[in-house]
Ligand binder design. Structure first.
Ligand code: PLP
Length: 426
């Protein structure tokens, strides 16, 4: 038995499904997940010593690659002074100032410990500021696992074939209204039915938890206009798109202003960090200056801040990284299309910035309903073919391929030739 199989047996006795987050368990694709021992650049190694080129990057955070020296050094340096104080530290101010400088339309920030927490808190702020209770979200968009957001959620919930969760009360779910991504009429219908009750629209500016579905022209602009008309707030959940599409995230990439922005993943450089940010007017409403309570014992943790600061500084100073990642993502998407054509496979590849996703259908994929047309049996075969050839992609159709700085052209080429070999066998 392989070492990963042996430990997965042990894991399943003490962790539900053998994991601490559901998609890791490989339920959607079958088989045993490799247990990872280390990573360097775009490569990871498992317990059995097998090497992979990694296109998950911890689900996005590691945009500079694994074990990036300046990030590790910053963590080591911070760690030697102690792990946590529960009192203010200077580095929290450094990170907040850098965020405000990098991201458009934000003036103040609150640090939290995960993307889930960032979203949960942003929703409270939106409700507190507007005095309204209802939230519009989009089917297939994932915003973490807080009660109100486990309605029509993508990713893990989708993969498990269980869009909702047991344990979420009617009360928590009842104020969440769901619309269709890339369909402004569905949003208008919700405003028509609840004109003075909607506190906010929350959206992934690029939907990246139902594969990758970019916003069609006018969609984000339309949401902005409706929020203005009905005095609702627009929340961009930039937990994936933040610092990935551009230095300033989706607001910069698409030139659309959000009222509240949530961050996670890249912001922590691989450590557990999230944040939400907005104008000073909105953020002053948060405790201790305002009546909206939100707190965290380990929030702004100095070691986590050190990792995030080091990574963000490098992104801030190298705007050329974004064009480089986009070029590689485009090359990989095009190579996939070419192989599919060569081997007569129905395939649509969506790509936006450093994110891409192949769907096994020849119909265009612009909505949540479209994503369901992908042939999941073919995805499974493709996934295992890639894994066997040492290419590690997310074990679910409804996740992105994450390109990062550490992928060299040769790594992209290796992945593309694996795709070609796998497609030849499908
Ligand atoms: C991952 C993700 C979250 C949740 O972040 P966690 O750190 O896993 O809690 C929220 N929103 C989006 C868009 C995400 O991709």
């Amino acid at each position: 038995m392989r070492a990963s199989e042996a430990i997965f047996e042990r894991a399943k006795r003490v962790l539900p499904g053998g994991v601490n987050s559901p998609v890791r368990a490989f339920r959607a694709v079958g088989g045993t997940p490799p247990f990872i021992t280390k990573g360097k650049g775009c490569r990871i190694w498992d317990l059995d010593g097998k090497e992979y080129i990694d296109f998950v990057g911890s689900w996005g955070p590691l945009i500079l690659g694994h074990s990036y020296a300046p990030v590790l050094q910053a963590v080591e340096k911070a760690m030697r002074n102690g792990l946590s104080f529960g009192a203010p530290t200077a580095i929290e101010v450094d990170v907040a100032e850098l965020l405000v400088a990098m991201v458009p339309n934000i003036e103040m920030v609150r640090m939290v410990n995960s993307g889930t927490e960032a979203v949960m808190s942003a929703l409270r702020v939106a409700r507190g500021v507007t005095g309204r209770e209802k939230i519009i979200k989009f089917e297939g968009c994932y915003h973490g696992h807080s009660d109100a957001m486990l309605v029509g959620a993508g990713s893990g919930a989708l993969t498990q074939g269980e869009p909702d969760s047991k344990g979420v009360t009617q009360g928590a779910a009842g104020d969440t209204l769901t619309a269709q991504y890339n369909d402004l009429h569905s949003v208008q219908a919700l405003f028509d039915a609840n004109p003075d009750e909607i506190a906010a629209i929350i959206v992934e500016p690029v939907a990246a938890n139902m594969g990758v579905v970019p916003p069609q022209k006018g969609f984000l602009e339309g949401l902005r206009a409706m929020c203005d008309k009905y005095h609702a707030l627009l929340i961009f959940d930039e937990v994936i798109t933040g610092f990935r599409l551009a230095r300033g995230g989706a607001q910069e990439y698409f030139h659309v202003r959000a009222d509240i922005v949530t961050f996670g993943k890249i912001i922590g450089g691989g450590m557990p960090v999230g944040a939400y940010a907005a104008s000073r007017e909105i953020m002053r409403q948060v405790a201790p200056t305002g009546p909206i309570y939100q707190a965290g014992t380990l929030s702004g943790n100095p070691v986590a801040m050190a990792a995030g600061l080091a990574q963000l500084q490098i992104l801030d100073q190298n705007s050329g990284y974004y064009t480089d990642m986009e070029r590689k993502a485009q090359a990989m998407a095009q190579a996939m299309r070419n192989s599919a054509e060569k081997h007569h496979i129905k395939l649509t590849v969506n790509q936006c910035g450093a994110l891409l996703c192949p769907y096994f259908t020849d119909d265009p994929v612009n909505t949540f309903t479209d994503t369901k047309k992908s042939d999941l049996e073919q995805f499974k075969q493709y996934f295992h073919g890639m894994l066997a050839r040492g290419i590690y992609i997310a074990p679910s159709q409804f996740e992105a391929v994450f390109i990062n700085i550490s992928h060299k052209d040769a790594d992209i080429a290796a992945a593309c030739s694996a795709v070609d070999a796998v497609f030849a066998d499908l």
